[in-house]
Design a protein around this ligand. Sequence first.
Ligand SMILES: Nc1ncnc2c1ncn2[C@@H]1O[C@H](COP(=O)(O)OP(=O)(O)OP(=O)(O)O)[C@@H](O)[C@H]1O
Length: 448
Amino acid sequence: MQLSEAKLLIVDDDVDVLSAAKLLLKRHLKHVDIEKNPEKIPFLINNGNYDIVLLDMNFTRDVSSGREGFQWLDRILDLSPKMTVIMVTAYGDVEMAVRAIKAGATDFVLKPWENDKLLATLEKAMDSRKAEGDTEDTLPSKAPQSNLIAQSTSMQMVLETAERVAPTDANVLILGENGTGKTQLARHIHERSLRTQKPFVCVDLGALSENLFESELFGHVKGAFTDARDDRAGRFEEAQGGTIFLDEIGNLPLALQAKLLTVIQERRVTRVGSNRPVAVDVRLICATNRDIDDMVANRSFRQDLLYRINTIELELPPLRERPDDIAPLAEFYLKQFRKKYNRPVTSISSALIKKMQQYTWPGNIRELQHAVERAVILAQEKVLQPDDLFLKNAGSEPAAATAFDLEDMEKNMIVKALKRYNGNITDAARELGLSRAALYRRLEKYGL
Ligand SMILES: Nc1ncnc2c1ncn2[C@@H]1O[C@H](COP(=O)(O)OP(=O)(O)OP(=O)(O)O)[C@@H](O)[C@H]1O
């Protein structure tokens, strides 16, 4: 649809902004409505047949949390899931703009806007409505398969072993730091196993509270404890015939380690509150980011259980040790997010790839994924440049850092954050995870 054909609703509590916007936009669009009171949004969306909504993030003066903006964004998308919503945020609220796009807004403009930019954003939003069909196919959650990128020699070796063990029923233990791809690799093994048509059940033991472990894994019968209103199968039973992936196995309390060992040995589970064991046929893949041998040495992990779960051990190297994977991963995510958010970014400059290869990636692939997502959302040009990618402690070498280096690093981070937010203390402090007072103290300390 052409912008000139579009019907636009502008919602902002500032009447001056509303009249200025209307004056500008009615010269370019068929129909422009303005509304001061956000409470009217549901009625207008239901009855107005709009193509685009230009929505302010903050309706209460002097409040800049954006909370209301997010609530109204949700409401609009509830009522009209395909609506093109462009958020208007105060200059410096880049974080909020990124969040809004992740929450379903099509784009954002910074206030006070430049007329040409506002028009360009609206044009682009209208163009991207055409591409909507493409977008839905590319949500990351839909494509776990064959998305495993492994160009480096070390990853290829891991994959080779994985391919060989996949069709066997051997229990596999995957070791690696957070975000290195342990879950992804477990799924990869399942998909290449003879159990591929059966369930792949993923349990994050790190996210379970201690009193839920047992009923979550093994199920319960009605009345077994206060909240047990019905019989419920546990995750082992759910995985019947398939694979169960126990992530963060190092978090399993000792008492449950003994129970898990019994389940593996006897291939039967007993629901909490029952005394009738049920036979289960599952392949077990476990993972941990902890030093499991160390845990065995200090008796927080049972050695006999370790022997049962680590028939094959695969270790995923951290991203900093496989720089050859960085460019293909970054390009993979660039393509994915460019489509997801309909952004015009097409490629990554070699200078940026170099910067990424020099960075230590403490959060590994997950961190790279988020950094590229953010850069794609914020980039103004087609080719991503080094400045488009914000890395938390770029240029640092945490492992070898001395106290002195740490101070240097901190100072550098503060300078960068201030530059990024044009000296705005509130925004810089938020980015750095500091209170304003703490940031002021550091400015004084470093004479900035
Ligand atoms: N080789 C890869 N190629 C492409 N994407 C990958 C690869 N490995 C991991 N990812 C992606 O990186 C993100 C983190 O991976 P995953 O969740 O598998 O890591 P993890 O090691 O299980 O993390 P945690 O320790 O926090 O559980 C996921 O979005 C995943 O899809």
